[in-house]
Design a protein around this ligand. Structure first.
Ligand SMILES: *[C@@H]1O[C@H](CO)[C@@H](O)[C@H](O)[C@H]1NC(C)=O
Ligand SMILES: CC(=O)N[C@H]1CO[C@H](CO)[C@@H](O)[C@@H]1O
Length: 403
């Protein structure tokens, strides 16, 4: 997800408000933790619990007391049963994701202000948001941070970490892993640091040796080496990622999963055309625990900036080539970002994408929605409780069926 700073400044200035309506309209919110508006629904609709944070007025028999809607609550599926929701049914033989969750955005916000001020230019995830997703059954969080804030430009990426920013990063990691979930820490830098493209493999290797060394005893930390490179060629990005893998392992962090990303914003739909498929075939890990992270949005240009999806089958279509590459090479895939609007075509497209991933014989080991985070405000892909735009329909209909 590329256009972050504009969202950040927008989000900070917009405050949530709830109006005290006498009755909530059809499709309106009518309950949930923190809800202070009306709990009764307009005639012709009734209040249905989507999740602890959101009840919604759905068309149907009138009534004002919330009822639990069957079919939208998280289902505990065993492999082989068919998860379904309003978005469809996934009937093939599935392998569940080992890691399934959400990006927790915030610490990378305000990236034009270095170092920036905590609480003004950037923030850290809300512990309530982390708990919310764990309670829903998710077990994975992707945690972006900004390289310039961790490694101040005065001393560079091989220099010492800023103690306050590292302290916050470390506290957030512990908040997540102490609850048994996994966290992928990722420099959200597109392979650009302090205005210049990173090109020294030896510096990048040292940076990852230093950072991974801090977490080498925590088995639930995942090292996501760099978010969405897009300037260098696939071959150059591959070289940096291989150096990062070597750096992590040389720190003594030998058991944790490593995620690598390719060029062209690590897009799944361009995995072959970008040259990533050819370049990354050479990737090796002495501890054999690396996965290829890809991202995929479902709007026309694949950027995740429009709530309109190309079609209700665009998810499975855009992943097909990457899935085939994973299956033919034996590499494991990780869909680190997927996002779309909360409309019927998009919900079905996300459902179809995740279904196809779980039907790929274990080729995909994880997925995470883009995004949660305290400052998203009304962003259409926000899944931040209590009232993120994607909570009412994407969460129960397109994500939870694949828990
Ligand atoms: C971040 O660090 C500051 C001190 O630098 C501290 O006041 C704050 O509580 C920390 N926040 C988190 C989430 O760790
Ligand atoms: C490309 C992109 O936006 N990726 C997002 C993944 O997750 C982190 C938060 O966990 C975001 O900051 C990134 O922007």
């Amino acid at each position: 997800m590329k256009l972050l700073s504009s969202f950040a400044s927008l989000a900070v200035s917009v405050a949530l408000s709830t109006s005290a309506l006498a009755q909530s309209p059809i499709w309106g919110q009518c309950g949930g933790i923190g809800w202070t508006g009306s709990t009764t629904c307009a005639s012709g609709s009734s209040c249905v619990v989507s999740n602890p944070y959101y009840s919604q007025c759905l068309p149907g028999s009138s009534g004002s007391s919330p009822t639990t809607s069957s079919g939208t609550s998280p289902t505990s599926t065993s492999s082989g049963t068919a998860p379904s929701s309003g978005a469809g049914t996934c009937t093939g033989t599935r392998t569940k994701f080992k890691f399934f969750g959400v990006n927790e955005s915030g610490a990378e916000f305000g990236n034009t202000v270095i170092p920036g001020t905590l609480g003004k230019d950037y923030t850290w995830p809300d512990p309530n948001s982390i708990s919310f997703f764990i309670q829903q059954g998710f077990n994975f969080f992707r945690l972006p941070f900004l390289l310039e804030r961790l490694c101040p430009p005065a001393t560079g990426i091989t220099g010492p970490f800023d103690p306050n920013y590292f302290g916050n990063l470390s506290a957030t990691v512990n908040e997540i892993t102490s609850q048994g979930a996994y966290v992928a820490i990722e420099p959200h830098n597109y392979l650009i640091y302090n205005g210049a493209t990173l090109s020294s493999t030896s510096d990048f290797q040292t940076f990852w040796k230093n950072l991974a060394g801090q977490f080498k005893t925590n088995s639930h930390v995942i090292f996501d080496l760099m978010n969405e490179p897009y300037q260098p060629t696939a071959q150059v990005v591959y070289g940096m990622m291989q150096a990062g893998v070597n750096g992590v392992r040389s720190s003594g962090a030998t058991s944790q999963l490593i995620l690598v990303e390719g060029t062209s914003w690590t897009g799944a739909w361009t995995w072959t055309s970008s040259g990533n498929a050819a370049a990354f075939t050479a990737l090796t890990d002495p501890n054999n625990n690396v996965a290829i992270e890809m991202h995929q949005y479902l709007d026309s240009d694949g950027s995740g900036t429009s709530a309109t999806c190309v079609s209700n089958t665009i998810g499975v279509e855009r992943l097909a080539d990457a899935t085939a590459w994973l299956q033919s090479t034996g590499f494991k895939g990780f869909l680190g970002e997927i996002g779309a609007g909360s409309n019927t075509a998009c919900i079905q497209a996300v459902f179809g994408a995740l279904c196809s991933m779980q039907e790929a014989g274990g080729a995909w080991i994880g997925a995470s929605w883009w995004a949660a985070g305290p400052w998203w405000s009304t962003y259409f892909q926000s899944i931040e409780p209590p009232s993120g735009a994607a909570i009412p329909s994407i969460l129960p209909q397109a994500l939870e069926p694949f828990l």
